[in-house]
Design a protein around this ligand. Structure first.
Ligand code: ADP
Length: 174
């Protein structure tokens, strides 16, 4: 009898602080290439994150549940070296998003280093749809903080969380 086909699994790592529609777009594209996409939220940021790791995981989980093919995207958190975690979950590839040329240099350096550390894991870059090319978690946080409308760039759960956070901040200021 033939062995069952192994599951093709990719890891999509990042800080997702918070998850945006650009991130979701890349994750969904990755499901077209892999059986399972593990959206892995890193705990090792040097700078203090805007949202806690639990909040980021919860928002990403809810955002993924609201889209298709939700069952093939799994949200987890991790700490330590990406390649170590990728090996632990038996990922075949690391997926990263490429927006503008400005992402390229950093991503290229990171990819080459990761490949050196784990030559058996492929690095794959996917481009989001045009309207998300200029989108980053950072820009979303900044626009929202200044009172701008970010509803077209983030899932509904994230918009609610951002609004709640702003209300709490306003209350503590008044
Ligand atoms: P950011 O750069 O937005 O703070 P992350 O560290 O969470 O984001 O990013 C995780 C991965 O997702 C990175 O490869 C990043 O380039 C990619 N990414 C983030 N936003 C987008 C987007 N709008 N379109 C495509 N890829 C994106």
């Amino acid at each position: 009898m033939n062995d069952p086909q192994p599951i093709r699994r990719a890891i999509y790592p990042g800080s997702f602080d918070p998850i945006t529609n650009g991130h979701l777009d890349v994750a969904v594209r990755a499901t077209r290439l892999f059986d399972e996409v593990v959206l892995a939220i890193t705990q090792n940021q040097r700078k203090t994150p805007f949202l806690s790791i639990d909040e980021r995981v919860q928002l990403a989980t809810e955002a993924v549940e609201a889209i298709q093919p939700r069952k093939r995207i799994r949200v987890v958190s991790f700490s330590g070296l990406l390649v170590d975690f990728a090996r632990t979950i038996q990922a075949h590839a690391v997926v990263r998003g490429l927006r503008a040329v400005s992402d390229f240099e950093f991503e290229f350096q990171l990819a080459l280093m990761n490949r050196r550390l784990a030559p058996e894991i492929e690095m794959i870059f996917l481009m989001p749809r045009d309207q998300y090319v200029f989108l980053s978690s950072n820009i979303v946080r900044e626009i929202h903080r200044l009172g701008g409308d970010v509803s077209e760039f983030v899932p509904a759960v994230v918009l609610r969380a951002l609004n709640q956070q702003r209300q709490t901040e306003n209350r503590s200021l008044s």
